[in-house]
Design a protein around this ligand. Structure first.
Ligand code: IPE
Ligand code: IPE
Ligand code: MG
Length: 246
């Protein structure tokens, strides 16, 4: 029985977030340059998107480039940005055919102009698609996002649009890049690293974390399905006792 067949469609996570890690190591194992790993990672992105859309996941957020990744060697950063531009360009047609909307979170203004232009065009071209939301985290870090939200709220208070006593979780969330998205119920990280690396710190508060040793370029549809089956075997208690859940 495949993992896909084992999935209970009535208990599907609405939102899955993935830290796509291990491209560099994948390339190194083959004696290739790190960039080759990133290039092969694009196939895995396609697989994850198709798999999620096939079963009816509503939001798929992919961590593609962190704020901290700007500190990598210049050639690697440039290659990643180029890859981003060409991938988005190549995939828009498929996204439209599959009714998938492209969105992005992060400090998008810091992206190179050609990259930002390509991204904006693709988001516009897919804006009315309804089947699934594909969210790319680009130049994203959760601390940056949280500080940004705090600044926005402080400015609203300065302008007397808001009172400090009225700050609620809902108000705070409305200032995050993910405003309006459901919280991820499942977060997957590949490559055997067991950390969050500044990804969706607020939003992952109650997410189920799933780690696999597979390197991102080896990740395929069945790997996503396997993670979902594992997620569905967990008891999500949200602070309550097991007995309270029945
Ligand atoms: C993930 O793979 C891709 C990005 C962070 C852009 P890495 O490039 O981090 O690969 P490793 O972790 O060095 O193997
Ligand atoms: C996290 O991976 C960022 C992305 C996958 C885009 P990293 O490879 O940059 O994370 P660290 O440095 O191992 O924590
Ligand atoms: Mg890494």
């Amino acid at each position: 029985m495949s993992f896909k067949e084992k999935i209970d469609i009535s208990k599907l996570p609405k939102h899955i977030a993935i830290i796509m890690d291990g491209n560099g190591r994948w390339a190194k194992q083959r004696g290739e340059h790190r960039v080759v790993g990133h290039q092969h990672g694009v196939t895995s992105v396609r697989e994850a998107v198709e798999a999620a859309a096939e079963i009816g996941v509503q939001y798929l957020t992919l961590y593609a480039f962190s704020t901290e990744n700007w500190n990598r060697p210049k050639e690697e950063v440039m290659a990643l940005m180029q890859l981003l531009v060409s991938t988005i360009n190549n995939e828009v047609k498929t996204l439209n055919e599959n009714d998938i909307r492209l969105q992005a979170i992060g400090d998008l203004a810091s992206l190179p102009p050609d990259c930002l232009a390509e991204l904006k065009e693709a988001m516009k071209a897919t804006a009315s698609n309804k089947r699934m939301n594909l969210v790319l985290a680009l130049s994203y870090s959760s601390r940056w996002e949280i500080i940004n939200a705090v600044k926005q709220i402080a400015m609203d208070i300065e302008k007397a649009k808001l009172s400090a006593v009225d700050i609620t979780e809902k108000v705070f969330e409305s200032q995050l890049c993910t405003a309006g998205f459901p919280e991820p119920e499942l977060m997957i990280r590949t490559s055997g690293e067991h950390r969050i690396s500044n990804f969706l710190l607020w939003q992952l508060s109650y997410a189920e974390l799933y780690f696999t040793d597979k390197l991102w370029p080896d990740f395929r549809k069945e790997d996503l399905f396997e993670a979902i089956v594992d997620y569905q075997s967990r008891e999500r208690r949200f602070g309550k006792t097991s007995e309270q859940l029945v």
